[in-house]
Design a protein around this ligand. Sequence first.
Ligand code: PEP
Ligand code: MN
Length: 263
Amino acid sequence: LVSRKKKPEDTIVTLKSENIGDGKPHFVFGPCSVESYEQVATVAKLMKEKGLKLLRGGAYKPRTSPYDFQGLGVEGLKILKRVAVEYDMAVISEIVNPADIEMACDYIDVIQIGARNMQNFELLKAAGAVNKPVLLKRGLAATIEEFINAAEYIMSQGNGQIILCERGIRTYEKATRNTLDISAVPILKQETHLPVMVDVTHSTGRRDLLLPCAKAALAIGADGIMAEVHPDPAVALSDSQQQMDLNQFDKFYNELLASNFVR
Ligand code: PEP
Ligand code: MN
């Protein structure tokens, strides 16, 4: 169902006034984790000034260590909803439990399925059974074929509103947190009719690489960019090393817009 052979024309996923997959670049920014109303609203305020409408923030955090911050859960979803209403934005947040999918639909505009859950088939089926866009991230060690099959799981249940997100894969290379598989973008665009985004934060794990990788992603045909922004990354409860502060974000976004890669 996700194959370009079955449906030659591009699928467009509409969020607020943004049509993801329309050939123009779209941007998803926001903190790694939802920590407080003030924290999310601070980022949303700056985004709104720039005309940005797609806000991210994790309420359920799949952390490597069980002793690290696990997220605010449904309280986090409530904060996202409040900010979304106040700032007229669409919010994207990861759901990790199939039993939470229906409940989450009351709070968020896009269900994110994280890299660690790309082959959680019960979660994929639950996301496929609701009428809500899904942002599906590539697994840490998933082939493109496995990634496409994960999207097929969602669509086979009836939900065709899927955005694919390349977020880097695990290789032997240690210079970056993961290895951004930039060629996955045109391959996914050829093989499927779904929009493709690139998460430059989790793929690189390096602030100095966010801008060049975002330019590369747009140049190679990505439909959008995701990156993490936090009012004070030094005290962030997750991913404090890689999130941009508001000044870095301002510079990043302005330089990206000024580049020739924003079509
Ligand atoms: C995230 O986007 O919050 C996240 C945890 O990313 P990933 O699943 O790609 O690691
Ligand atoms: Mn993160």
